[in-house]
Ligand binder design. Sequence first.
Ligand code: PGA
Length: 269
Amino acid sequence: MEIYIKKNYEEMSRKAAEIVAEEMRKRKNHFVLGLATGSTPIGLYKELIRMHQEEGLDFSRVITFNLDEYCGLSPDHEQSYHYFMFENFFKHINIDKKNIHIPDGMARDLDAHCREYEKMIADNRGIDLQVLGIGGDGHIAFNEPGSSLSSRTRVKTLTQQTVEDNSRFFKTIEEVPKYAITMGIGTIMEAKICLLLVNGDKKAEVFAKAVEGPMTTEVTASMLQTHPRTIAVVDEEAAAKLKRKDYYKHVEKMAGLLKKRVNEKGKNG
Ligand code: PGA
């Protein structure tokens, strides 16, 4: 896992946006971007919007797949992930609406819809880069503790902790949906790059478990340890409980020096 520890949320978001933009530019003709909701990626979306508006970053051919959606909320419900994505990202960039995919939490046959969602990802040749956050209980997407590490898109019952974590967005806890459609761990693991963002001291413990603890269904994010290319971009607060924090900083510095040396060598022939 590549780990970048940034000073604060703004720097974390900027670094993440640079990574996304670089991959987008590399794969101009076909880029499939996996997206996440929650508080964590809002800064990343803001920075990508700025890059679109000020630097012409082009989303016209980008295809997106969101990780998850609550069951029972219509797309125009203010707490639905459809609404979140349009408000915080899509309506500010030049994405083609037909390229946007978000699970339909109102589908009449949820299981059939989950199978169809998997097929749509496969038909688009898979996800190139998947943005991820981590939940307080170690989940990625809504893969709650105990989820199979090879699970696919399906309906999950949310844990009490997730319901409580998410109740800050609803008037009462009773209004928080109890089920969601979510990509599985197996689905996420097939993305070519996983980009995990974590910020704030509340996530420090669970992030350390995910990166340095045993691989376990108790912390489904720990499965990312086996992914061929996970990049974690985090702030200092979230990194506070890492045992090897100094080493990760050293690796970043050494990789930068190596890149500089290669560039100079290239220039001098
Ligand atoms: P948050 O949620 O970004 O709002 O903390 C992350 C998650 O639950 O995956």
